[in-house]
Design a protein around this ligand. Structure first.
Ligand code: DMJ
Length: 573
């Protein structure tokens, strides 16, 4: 009879456990493949219905199978007269370009590029929102131009003659009059044909005036015309100079006086992409100045807005809490935290958003934290992408299969509540799941894209991208970096060395400094020194190489240099 000895037991254990690990990995892979196809179908259901019922207008109304020209507020002209001539800007098509590439549909990408090249014109008497037009149209065109001309040869050779870039430059030029203000802060609204209109409002938002740098900076790098980047940068610098002594900004301001109108702010509506663009523009263009701004701004956010895993609003002058509300737009924040390596903080706040998603089935626009109830009028969910976006970033950073489950639950909810015959409809009220006749273009540019990338990141292999706030990818290339040594550019932030590493990470950014340094700063503080502690080479904890980072005093683990150039217990990327 066979009686196993100790060695055989060990061997059998190893075999069984490795079979278990492999089968669970392959189960995850199978689930990802299945989910990827589900998301692909969602995208095409939205896209095909847009093309059938709304194109070339801006967006689809999926219940009535009609269209809306949402990007434009039709100037001061007679609407009836205009509707005969104005057919929209094919916004949803422009927004779908990079998603088509990520889905691997080069044929449809080429068809769309050709149509836009031949038909799109910005010489229209249309008053449009500068920020929205920048992130959706300029960002969509610039990103698609780069994808059309990179080494992957997605288009039939010789057929593309930079038409998207020519269109982008034409649009960028039409933006410039908006920046002609005493402060350099741009007007929120611009008429594409005639520039800033008479008696135009001088009120704008922090994100509206301070987050134009990715798209306009990219346009400058592509065309060599410095005006776009310098206009956006000047506005951003002006805005930063208006911060309070606490390093906080307000939500709305006057572009002619440079004075704040709304002093209360948070990380949601009206401010969100300002923070996002500081760090992303630093990654894309390598500007130290932007890193310094981001670092101060980030620490102020964590200090004054954060309460446990939640983020409330506060008065920029005093730091006192104003509104205790969770908003759907805030859900992008964990994604930004992943970019700087603050994985633990990202994970804990992401879990709260997931909790609210699960409570209602989708994420309501505004949830009153102090009363644990929905905002009485903002109960809608327009199929926003922010939670999918953060889920994608967190999965990339940790490879924790839990995030795949979160993505699956989002896909299931979208199909259950929002899918209709004519596309995907917004949800008007999350308590009744009553629908609204609108399929926003960001559903194709972002929601479907981030969900797809969560399940299939092959687009990201071998290349680093920064995603704009509208989800349009811009490649991180050394040629665009102002002055950055080779080893400062991340090699592939989408992969990690081992799954174990990810689970153990904590952040130096939230602790701000190496813990032992904190203990030793106060005159009366007890001198506690850990035996293993090796301080970082520089007192500001910045680094260019691993060698400049020391050993963490409390964990005795070696600190490493993050892709943003900061020593910490980072996810090793
Ligand atoms: C999108 O247009 C962008 O993500 C923007 O930054 C915020 N609003 C929508 C999506 O919610």
């Amino acid at each position: 009879m066979f009686s196993p000895n100790f060695g055989t037991w060990v061997l059998m254990f190893l075999l069984v456990s490795s079979t278990f690990v492999h089968s669970s990995m392959s189960e995850i892979d199978a689930k990802k493949r299945y989910m990827r196809e589900k998301v692909r179908k969602m995208f095409y259901h939205a896209y095909d219905n847009y093309m059938a019922h709304a194109f070339p207008h801006d967006e689809l109304k999926p219940l009535s199978k009609t269209f809306t020209d949402s990007l434009s507020e039709l100037g001061n002209l007679n609407l009836e007269h205009l509707s005969e001539h104005y057919n929209g800007s094919a916004l949803t098509l422009i927004e779908s370009l990079s998603s088509l590439v990520i889905l691997g549909n080069n044929t449809e990408f080429e068809r769309a590029v050709r149509w836009l090249s031949e038909n799109l014109s910005f010489d229209v008497d249309v008053r449009t929102n500068l920020f929205e037009c920048n992130i959706r149209v300029l960002g969509g065109l610039v990103s698609a131009h780069i994808l059309a001309t990179d080494s992957r040869k997605r288009l039939v050779q010789g057929t593309y003659r930079n038409e998207l870039l020519i269109l982008a430059e034409d649009l960028g030029r039409r933006f410039l009059p908006a920046f002609d203000t005493p402060t350099g802060l741009p007007y929120a609204w611009i008429n594409l044909k005639y520039g800033v209109m008479e008696n135009e409002t001088t009120e704008t938002s922090t994100s509206g005036s301070g987050s134009l740098i990715l798209e306009m900076g990219a346009l400058t790098r592509l065309t060599g015309d410095p005006r776009y980047e310098s206009a956006a940068l000047r506005a951003l610098r002006k805005l930063w100079s208006m911060r309070s002594s606490l390093n906080l900004l307000g939500t709305t301001l006057d572009v002619s006086t440079g004075e704040w109108i709304e002093y209360s702010s948070g990380i949601g509506a009206g401010v969100d992409s300002f923070y996002e663009y500081l760090i992303k523009a630093h990654i894309l263009f390598g500007k130290e100045e932007l890193w310094r701004m981001f670092q101060s701004a980030y620490l102020a956010v964590q200090k004054y807005f954060r309460h446990g895993p939640w983020y409330h609003e506060a008065d920029m002058r005093t730091g006192k809490a104003t509104y205790w509300q969770l908003t759907s737009l805030q859900a992008f924040w964990p994604g930004v935290q992943v970019l700087i390596g603050d994985i633990a903080a990202a994970n804990s706040s992401h879990r709260e958003f997931v909790y609210v998603w699960e409570k209602f089935g989708v994420l309501p626009e505004r949830y009153l934290l102090d009363h644990q109830m929905l905002h009485p009028t903002e109960k809608y969910y327009p199929l926003r992408p922010e939670l999918a976006e953060s889920t994608f970033y967190l999965y990339q950073a940790t490879k924790d299969p839990w995030y795949i489950e979160v993505g699956k639950s989002m896909v299931d909810s979208l199909n259950l509540y929002a899918k209709v015959e004519g596309g995907f409809a917004s949800i008007k009220d999350v308590t009744t799941m009553q629908l609204e006749d609108h399929q926003h273009s960001f559903f194709l540019a972002e929601t479907c894209k981030y969900l797809y990338l969560l399940f299939d990141d092959s687009f990201l292999v071998d290349r680093n991208y920064v995603f704009t706030t509208e989800g349009h990818p811009l490649p991180v290339i050394s040629a665009w970096h102002d002055r950055l040594p080779e080893n400062y550019i991340p090699t592939n932030w989408t992969s990690i060395k081992s799954e174990k590493q990810a689970a153990r990470r904590s952040s130096a950014m939230s602790m701000q400094v190496c813990p032992a340094t904190t203990l030793n700063t106060g005159r009366s503080s007890q001198q506690v020194e850990s035996a293993c502690h090796i301080p970082d080479a520089r007192s500001d904890h910045r680094c260019l190489t691993e060698d400049e980072c020391g050993v963490d005093a409390t964990t005795c683990r070696r600190r490493s240099c993050s892709m943003a150039g900061y020593c910490g217990l980072w996810l090793f990327i």
